[in-house]
Ligand binder design. Structure first.
Ligand code: NAP
Ligand code: GDD
Length: 401
């Protein structure tokens, strides 16, 4: 099924969004510079309508990323008020969440964005103290493995120490919240598959090592301070909102462009690496389930199916009726100093205790992504956002209820 959803002309643009952000309830964003707690703002609006709802609130770091956008969509669909941390950027970085945004003066608005950064611990304290969310999802990170070899110190600071800063902010504000840490199958690195919660960590990159640090400090805050803190050890998960430099999206975007006659070749590195690729919307549901459990614990989330990069290439090109061998070329620049050869997860604990199970496997995932990249091309420069291909997922209309 092909779904084409371009933002209609005249609808809210990214410029509108950021301009409105500047006038929002967020404590960092008001022109007066005075703090107006966004949570108070949201509740007050409900009260003014005489319908005080005690819905849950969530704070998401990394809300502008792939997972953050789907998680925000999921939580808004469940009636949450969602607060997201965004980084100030000289260019727009909110394209994945523009479709969820409402002007904060709108009584229906339940998404609030706040400038901040995981490198700025005092800002995290101030924000959490004002928002006082029920759930905190730490998805923010320098998340690219290859880039972590080029920027190891920055990766350690954002992907590793950033978690400690956020945990400390929770502790210092005395927040009674549940905390989700975006841990990664990259922590298993050289440990052979299938990997589960008991598999030893053997990271093979600065990114993997930083995630191991975050994993352990999250576990330590659970044990030391009784915080409801969990690690979701997620295997690779992809979608039409995946960053364009991760291999699946690089491939499906290239397939769409080659099929449209815009490009002839795509340059890739190691085609033999095996990954366990799932569909991101299903994985953010797993995150949410972890925070609804009776007790905090750590869980692997994976499909249990391994596929090589080559397998994914074949599935994507075949779906568009293209011969991949005519279009894929090798470039050693995409190799890593140390590679993770194979990640295939065993998610039986998540299935048994959370009732979570993947339904989308790599072959159909490649098709969903190719279709979305072809649809995006048809938008001709206007913003395209995919519709989640899962039964029961909130529709755009229902997100704001
Ligand atoms: P992503 O698309 O790369 O998004 C990363 C997010 O982190 C973006 O919103 C980014 O903001 C933000 N960010 C980066 N540095 C930051 C900083 N210093 N302070 C605050 N925010 C910062 O990643 P994703 O695929 O959604 O993954 C979400 C999380 O899960 C990450 O922690 C990732 O490492 C982890 N994870 C991902 C997978 C996967 O397969 N996708 C698997 C396991 C674990 P900008 O938009 O401004 O850059
Ligand atoms: N990015 C990229 N680009 N990877 C390539 C390329 C290419 O041109 N050619 C081959 N690959 C191979 C990589 O060497 C790796 O073995 C595999 O494709 C997947 O690479 P990525 O898509 O960059 O993902 P990743 O597995 O390194 O990391 C992702 O998954 C982790 C979970 O296991 C990221 O999302 C991490 O943040 C996440 O923690």
């Amino acid at each position: 099924m092909r779904v084409l959803r371009c933002r209609p002309r005249g609808a809210q643009s990214r410029t509108d969004l950021l301009a409105k952000l500047d006038r929002s309830c967020g404590p960092n964003l008001g022109r007066s510079g005075r703090a107006a707690a966004p949570r108070t703002c949201a509740v007050g609006l409900h009260q003014a309508r005489g319908e005080l709802k005690v819905a849950k609130s969530a704070f998401i770091t990394g809300i502008t990323g792939q997972d953050g956008s789907y998680l925000a969509e999921l939580l808004l669909g469940k009636g949450y008020t969602v607060h997201g941390l965004i980084r100030r950027s000289s260019t727009f970085n909110t394209s994945r969440i523009d479709h969820l945004y409402r002007d904060p003066h709108d009584p229906e608005a339940r998404l609030f964005l706040h400038y901040g950064d995981l490198s700025d611990g005092s800002r995290l304290v101030t924000l959490l103290n004002e928002i006082r969310p029920d759930e905190v999802y730490n998805l923010g990170a320098q998340s690219h493995v290859r880039v972590s070899f080029e920027e190891p110190t920055h990766t350690g600071d954002s992907t590793g120490i950033g978690t400690m800063r956020l945990l400390e902010a929770v502790r210092m504000t005395g927040l009674d919240c549940r905390f989700y840490q975006a841990s990664s199958s990259e922590m298993f690195g050289a440990s052979p598959p299938p990997q589960n919660e008991d598999t030893p960590f053997y990271p093979r990159s600065p990114y993997g090592a930083a995630k191991v640090y975050s994993y352990w400090v999250t576990k330590n805050y659970r044990e030391a301070y009784g915080l409801f803190a969990v690690n979701g050890i997620l295997f690779n998960h992809e979608s039409p909102r995946r960053g364009e430099t991760f291999v699946t999206r690089k491939i499906t975007r290239a397939v769409a462009r080659i099929a449209a006659g815009l490009e002839e070749h795509v340059y890739l590195g190691n085609l033999d690496a095996v990954r366990d690729w799932g569909y991101a919307p299903e994985y953010v549901e797993g995150m949410w389930r972890m925070l609804q459990a009776d007790t905090p614990d750590d869980y692997v989330v994976a499909t249990g199916t391994g596929a090589s990069v080559r397998d994914f290439v074949v599935a994507a090109f075949e779906h568009a009726g293209l011969d991949w061998e005519r279009h894929v070329r090798f470039d050693e620049r995409y190799l890593r100093p140390t590679e993770v050869d194979a990640l295939v997860g065993d998610a039986s604990k998540a299935k048994a205790l959370l009732g979570w199970q993947a339904t989308v496997l790599p072959g159909s995932l490649a098709q969903i992504m190719v279709e979305a990249d072809r649809a995006a091309l048809e938008c001709e420069g206007r913003v395209h956002i995919d519709t989640v291909q899962l039964p029961g997922w909130p529709t755009p209309g229902s997100v704001h209820g």
